[in-house]
Design a protein around this ligand. Structure first.
Ligand code: DQA
Length: 154
């Protein structure tokens, strides 16, 4: 079965507890359940992960890119959290691994502090889902499927 990866960056293990007025009260295992439902609906298996470490995300991106090249995976949904705004390493990893990536943010980062307005991930993302709360994750999986298995040519 083809895999879809969902990678979560720093502090997202605190989802549901950290700033619920911004990120909501849904916890990460419930986000995983939402993603599993979306993946299963597309006949995909889900590989859902979270780390607080930038280099681990780089390693996972390389691993996912290799899986896509083997035909074992479709791509990845990535909420790089704060590393979005700081990490050239993530930008280079996505580009270098040629990993089809949908960038996700739970909150509308463009309505928040200016340091959240810039993303190193966006220029190398296939698509971006921002500000839909945790519903952005299944939306991103749908978007990745449409990008990589288009219903129609555009
Ligand atoms: C976030 C937005 C980032 O600015 C922030 O650092 C996060 C979460 C989001 O999902 O809204 O940790 O990526």
């Amino acid at each position: 079965m083809t895999t879809v990866f969902v990678f979560n960056g720093p502090n997202l293990n605190l989802l549901g507890v950290r700033k619920p007025e911004v990120y909501g009260r849904t916890v990460l295992p419930d986000v995983e359940a939402l993603c599993r439902e979306a993946a299963t609906g597309h006949g995909l298996s889900l590989d859902f992960r979270q780390t607080n470490h930038e280099g681990v995300l780089v390693d996972w991106i390389h691993e996912a890119g290799a899986a896509v090249k083997r035909g074992d995976a479709l791509g990845a949904v990535l909420n790089a959290a704060a590393y979005t705004h700081t990490s050239v390493a993530l930008h280079d990893a996505i580009e270098g691994a040629e990993l089809p990536t949908i960038e996700v943010h739970i909150s509308n980062v463009h309505g928040r502090e200016t340091f959240r307005h810039h993303s190193y991930v966006s220029p190398v993302a296939a698509g971006i889902v921002v500000g839909f709360g945790v519903d952005g994750y299944p939306l991103a999986i749908d978007g990745l499927v449409r990008k990589t298995r288009p219903l129609r040519s555009v």
